[in-house]
Design a protein around this ligand. Structure first.
Ligand code: ADP
Length: 250
């Protein structure tokens, strides 16, 4: 369970990107975060794995106060949380399997990481993750030879190899064409349903958010203005989330 209690985030330049965030996400939920560009969606997602630190309130994951974690405990905590980015973040000049194997690097002794020495078990796990994503046949292909959708699947396989409990996805389909975007969203849905992994996705395609997520959190100017079932998001809710845009264009 992820729990935000009166969380705020102020960046070092003084900008307050999040305010009064109260949010509880149960294990296994599929939550889409929507809102205008600059609303704070990415900041919110990134506070969970401490890519950004909150500056007020309390944020816990399964009862652990994330701000209390440092060094080894923070590294261990981060292993439970997969992160998927818009730009896939692969090492493009190496093979798919090597990319997936990087999931194990944080746990390796330095010499195994330095020489890229992986156990048979680790290699099997990596291949299994590629199989789960339907791209086992691409294991020995260089990552930059793959399409965008396939590269995002490699990123998902790398995350799955970590055995995550939560996957945070920051605009994972923003650079994909509409058909491929849907396929990748299908992958997230399958992972969520079959593996009971919590999926928290920052997405600007409202239709995709409503189609795939079971719960929608709408953010406007750093505050939650809607939190409820995707099925109850109507035009009035969308207007309240995207209000700033109307004001801007008026
Ligand atoms: P979204 O994901 O909804 O587009 P972000 O979370 O990326 O929004 O950003 C929220 C606000 O915080 C924006 O106004 C952005 O300019 C600001 N912001 C993001 N990162 C930083 C930073 N490192 N320092 C200062 N302000 C930032």
């Amino acid at each position: 369970m992820i729990e935000f209690k009166e969380v705020a985030k102020r960046y070092p330049n003084g900008y307050e990107a999040l305010r009064h965030i109260n949010l509880t996400i149960e294990q296994g939920e599929f939550v889409a975060i929507i809102g205008l560009s600059g609303a704070g969606k990415s900041t919110l997602i990134r506070t969970i794995n401490r890519m950004h630190d909150i500056t007020q309130g309390e944020l816990t994951v399964d009862g652990t106060n994330v701000m209390s974690l440092h060094g080894k405990s923070l590294r261990k905590f981060r292993r439970k949380i997969g992160m998927i980015f818009q730009s896939f973040n692969l090492i493009t000049r190496t093979t798919v399997i090597k990319n997936v194997l990087t999931a194990f690097v944080p746990d390796l002794p330095w010499w195994r990481a330095a020489f890229g020495i992986f156990t048979k078990d680790e290699k099997l796990k990596a291949l299994e993750a590629l199989d789960q994503m339907g791209i086992l046949d691409k294991a020995f292909v260089r990552a930059d030879q793959l399409s965008g959708g396939q590269q995002q699947r490699v990123a998902l396989a790398r995350t799955l190899a970590q055995n995550p409990q939560i996957i945070l996805a920051d605009e994972p389909v923003a650079s994909l064409d509409p058909v491929t975007a849907k396929q990748v969203m299908d992958d997230f849905q399958r992972i969520n349903r079959d593996m009971h992994i919590t999926v928290l996705i920052n997405i600007h395609h409202v239709e995709l958010a409503l189609q795939y997520a079971t719960r929608v959190v709408g953010i406007r100017a750093g505050e939650i203005v809607y939190d409820g079932p995707a099925s109850q998001v109507d035009q009035a809710v969308l207007d309240s989330i995207y209000q700033g845009k109307q004001e801007e264009s008026a």
